[in-house]
Design a protein around this ligand. Structure first.
Ligand SMILES: Cc1cc2nc3c(=O)[nH]c(=O)nc-3n(C[C@H](O)[C@H](O)[C@H](O)COP(=O)(O)O)c2cc1C
Length: 308
């Protein structure tokens, strides 16, 4: 068994199922936890306290434990999702994209450890100063909103710079990826894209099909979907998504938001968003999330045992 700081939280494998707004609800989180990892609910800005309570219950029933991921910048205007998340006493709370300082003491007062996904060394300093318990080095190859530095350079930089445990996120989709980051000194991996073709995900069927069909060269880092959907993300974070007609028409093009809004169509695979990272090229079929997690962990253990 791969034992790390992360498994001391009660996990059997050092894997977090990524919080993924719009895709990771109770079924996915529960299935990842049932496989020995910790599945995180992705509470997007537009979800509700009731959603968190309902999905946490589903995850717990299925997998015995649950984590919850919130977007820090959105708490700055409305922190009701934080109260809802704390009420669920998750195994881990992640507060990412922004300064978590105002919120960490509230989680700690309830005995909940806090993670923060960061994209630069400066971000890590902010999260450290806020008192988080674990840092997640999220590289720019990750799916969804992310930064620009690649996972490996960022991971190495952060491991050199902190005594906190560090997890790696971005581009890890097989046992090789997990083995690589563990060998580098990470305490585990956060896996998102590799789970996105699983039947336990929320979202349109075309999203799972697009994930299976896309190659690692098919993603684009863009803000056009945020602009089209009125998602007020701070400018520094773009989102990595599968390229489609919408990104080909508008990414890097000087078009008004009103045109993006009227053209965007979530029901149409050519115009709706499917956030995914470069690890999408490692997903070859629709597989249950538990099978994906178990295989990644078993393959990593086998690869690492060569050096034991
Ligand atoms: C569809 C999608 C939605 C995401 N939503 C969130 C989110 O709500 N909160 C968050 O902290 N990270 C979010 N992320 C980022 C993931 O937590 C994680 O960093 C990323 O999936 C890891 O890289 P990978 O996709 O290459 O595995 C999202 C990622 C994806 C693919």
């Amino acid at each position: 068994m791969l034992e790390t700081w992360l498994t001391t939280l009660g996990l059997e494998v050092p894997v977090l199922g990524a919080p993924m707004g719009g895709r990771a609800g109770g079924d996915l989180a529960g299935e990842v936890s049932r496989a020995g990892g910790l599945g995180m609910l992705g509470a997007a800005r537009y979800t509700t306290p009731d959603w968190i309570a309902a999905e946490a219950a589903i995850a717990r029933e299925r997998g015995g434990r649950v984590g919850i991921g919130l977007m820090t910048w959105s708490l700055d205007t409305d922190d009701s999702l934080l109260d809802a998340a704390i009420a669920e006493k998750p195994t881990l709370l992640s507060l990412s994209f922004g300064d978590p300082a105002p919120y960490v003491p509230r989680a700690h007062a309830a005995g909940i450890p806090v993670a923060s996904q960061v994209n630069t060394l400066d971000d890590m300093r902010v999260a450290e100063a806020a008192g988080v318990d674990v840092i997640i080095a999220q590289g720019g190859e990750a799916g969804g909103h992310t930064g620009r530095i690649g996972t490996l350079p960022l991971l190495q930089e952060l491991l050199e710079a902190t005594d906190l445990p560090v997890l790696a996120a971005g581009g890890i989709g097989t046992g090789r990826g997990l083995a690589a980051v563990l060998a580098a000194g990470a305490q585990g991996a956060v896996i998102g894209t590799a789970l996105l073709a699983s039947p336990e995900t929320v979202g349109p069927d075309y999203a799972r099909t697009a994930i299976v069909e896309a190659s690692s060269a098919d993603t684009v880092y863009t803000s056009v979907f945020d602009r089209a959907r009125h998602q007020p993300w701070p400018e520094r974070w773009g989102g990595r998504a599968i390229a489609n007609d919408f990104t080909r028409d508008f990414h890097g093009v000087d078009a008004p938001d009103s045109q993006l809004e009227s053209t965007y169509d979530p029901a149409d695979p050519r115009r709706g968003v499917v956030y995914a990272g470069e690890a999408v090229g490692l997903v070859h079929g629709e597989r249950p999330a538990g099978a994906v997690v178990r295989q990644i962990a078993a393959d990593a253990e086998r690869l690492l045992s060569r050096w034991a």
